[in-house]
Design a protein around this ligand. Structure first.
Ligand code: UT7
Length: 330
């Protein structure tokens, strides 16, 4: 490609487990109500995997769907990046498990951990490899099975999360199209507001850590909330500025699906209408790394993403981390 090349998403896929847990189901074992959850979060139900399903299982399925859409075979893949906070195990990486499952024998593979911002981090890494000509086809997967690290007796967290996997194949396109710009950021000083305390080298698993329920998500919801509204708006502005695109030019904004009030707060700050924003959190809750790629795949299936349109992705997560990208859809 004369004059260099850009990277673009050339195929997507997603997997959402069939088992539905409604707000009414949650009412049976925690002090909550369908009304409270709908009003405070916008979530109606979430999906949860069966006990024998792990991240690599649904990541593999989502990856294969994305490859089929992209028309890219397993042998064509140069790299597999899996973003997850719920890998099958600490090592080998979930990306290596996926590589083996799909038979991508020419692909390097690694996991990255940026929580709900992970898909944006993965896309940004893939973009660099493709633009430099180092690699041609890269599979980026966001997958999380938060149901297995959620305390289903903690009403502050269990109402929010769900399981899922979303994938995208990235490949080369001409300059001026595909991914026009990305922005990543982190603020480790806020790490304590959203964490999984035990199971790492700081606090290895023991009877005591299990008894104290330290292997479950620990979150200061209102601190995450305030950060999220602010950062979703600022990262969107920053990425648009980098690409020299104005807010009015956005055809569709796909935000991290965490809470409808966070999305509304952010788009109010930006001055974007709700009809330009893709929302599916009422069906799936917050699926962490999977949230943005699942939403993107659904938006494409619903005909809301068309060639030539300006599509913006924006997310935030534990770390604290954030990431955004602006694409001219190919
Ligand atoms: O990917 C990032 C992941 N994390 C997030 O996105 C979390 C962001 N934060 C949030 O979405 C919201 O902060 C929550 C949905 C977690 C909480 O909503 P809130 O409007 O910030 O409620 P709150 O925590 O201020 O709680 C208000 C009241 C409290 O009552 P008191 O203590 O003031 O009497 C809570 O105890 O609502 C109570 N409450 C509940 N009531 C019914 C908290 N959770 C529930 C519940 N059902 N599930």
């Amino acid at each position: 490609m004369a004059g260099g090349r850009n990277a673009a998403i050339i195929g997507t896929g997603s997997v959402i487990p069939p088992r539905i847990v409604t707000n009414k189901d949650l009412e049976k074992y925690i002090q909550t109500s369908d009304e409270w959850i709908r009003e405070r979060t916008g979530i109606h139900e979430r999906r949860v995997v069966e006990d024998d399903i792990a991240a690599s299982d649904i990541a593999t399925q989502a990856g294969l769907l994305a490859m089929e859409k992209a028309g890219v075979s397993a042998e064509d893949l140069d790299l597999i990046i899996v973003s997850t906070v719920t890998p099958d195990m600490a090592f080998p990486s979930t990306a290596c498990l996926v590589q083996n499952n799909i038979g991508a024998k020419n692909a390097a593979a690694f996991d990255l951990e940026a929580a709900c911002s992970g898909f944006s981090y993965g896309m940004t890494i893939a973009k660099q490899f493709i633009e430099t000509g180092t690699y041609t086809y890269i599979l980026v997967i966001g997958v999380d099975i938060l149901s297995k690290i959620t305390n289903w007796r903690d009403r502050h967290t269990c109402i929010l999360f769900g399981d899922g996997a979303g994938a995208a194949v990235l490949g080369p396109v001409n300059k001026g199209e595909g991914i026009l710009a990305t922005c990543l950021g982190a603020d480790g000083s806020g790490g304590h507001v959203l964490k999984l305390p035990a199971g790492g080298s700081r606090m290895p698993a023991s009877h005591e850590t299990v008894e104290k329920k330290l292997h479950y998500i620990d979150m200061d919801g209102s601190e995450v909330f305030k950060f999220a509204v602010r950062i979703m708006a600022s990262t969107t502005k920053e990425v648009l500025k980098k690409a020299n695109i104005s807010l009015e030019d956005i055809d569709l904004l796909i935000p991290h699906q965490a809470n409808i009030r966070i999305i509304d707060g952010a788009i109010k700050r930006l001055g974007i209408d709700r009809d330009k924003v893709f929302i599916n959190l009422h069906k799936y809750g917050n699926t962490s790394s999977a949230s943005i790629p699942v939403a993107l795949d659904e938006a494409i299936a619903e005909g809301r993403v068309k060639k030539g349109q300006i599509i913006v992705l924006a997310g935030f997560g534990a770390g604290l981390t954030w990431g955004s990208s602006v694409m001219k859809w190919v």
